[in-house]
Design a protein around this ligand. Structure first.
Ligand code: G5P
Ligand code: MG
Length: 223
């Protein structure tokens, strides 16, 4: 779908709820640039940048990176794609981050993936990631064509350090205490749309239909 105006969208949901998976489908159907805070941090860690070296232990322990660091990083990146429509994945994750984003941009819509924690724990133990691109696979759900290798580049896939069961538990806890209040923040602004389920393939048609309606009505309002 060609967008008639610039769209600012956010995708939220607990760790492993399918934000990356659904984002890949959204950017295939709609002209939005995908920006994942986790992918940006992992690329920095992989490239051993100063920021990456400083933040590695936060990610490994399943703790959030400080708000000021995260907001500076993301808002800087957004400034470079100012005239494009975008989809933010993994940011904002705290109320101060949501306020920082609000200061710079008006968010049109927030997709919230509501997936039970038990489903998530099972998924993350079988996730494999291609770090340079952020592409994700799952040995049960969407296995790579060749085991252990990325479909597009043929490069090796790795298991994320923070997908160990004890770290996943810590990430879910921090989601409950620090990120759930962000849902309330966007609900009160009238932009939150929640999709509940245990399977991405069942949730996706609803997300796609919703975005078609939403983007059409935003375009009409802008005309
Ligand atoms: P991230 O990278 O933002 P999380 O924890 O929010 O990490 P994550 O783990 O990347 O989220 P996801 O993107 O929601 O999960 O899910 P996904 O990768 O698409 O799907 C998970 C797995 O399930 C995959 O293997 C996929 O193939 C499979 N799957 C999908 N659908 C189905 C299905 O229907 N069935 C089955 N069986 N499988 C399925 O953040 C990482 C860290 O970075 C820092 C923090 O330290 C954070 O912990 N960070 C921030 N810190 C502060 N502020 C921020 N804004 C930060 N952003 C990142
Ligand atoms: Mg992700």
């Amino acid at each position: 779908m060609v967008l008639q105006r610039v769209i600012r969208a956010v995708i939220m949901g607990p760790p492993g709820s399918g934000k990356g998976t659904v984002s890949a489908r959204i950017t295939k159907s709609f002209e939005l640039k995908h920006l994942s805070s986790g992918d940006i941090l992992r690329s920095n860690i992989n490239a051993k940048t100063e920021l990456g070296l400083l933040m590695k232990s936060c990610l490994d322990q399943g703790q959030l990176v400080p708000d000021a660091v995260m907001s500076r990083l993301i808002l800087n990146d957004l400034r470079t794609i100012d005239s494009s429509s975008w989809l933010l994945d993994g940011y904002p994750r705290t109320v101060p981050q949501a306020e920082a984003l609000d200061h710079a941009y008006t968010v049109d819509t927030v997709i919230n993936l509501d997936v039970p924690f038990q489903t998530i724990k099972e998924r993350l133990t079988s996730r494999w990631t291609h770090i340079p691109s952020g592409r994700v696979y799952n040995t049960d759900f969407n296995p790579p064509k060749v085991p252990g290798l990325d479909d597009v580049t043929g490069e090796p896939l790795v298991q994320r350090d923070d997908d160990r069961p004890d770290t996943v538990t810590r990430r879910l806890k921090s989601y409950e205490t620090q990120t759930e209040p962000v849902l309330e923040y966007y609900r009160s602004k009238g932009v939150l749309e929640t999709f509940t389920g245990t399977e991405t393939n069942k949730i996706w048609p609803y997300v796609e239909a919703f975005l078609h309606r939403k983007f059409s009505s935003l375009s009409q309002r802008a005309a």
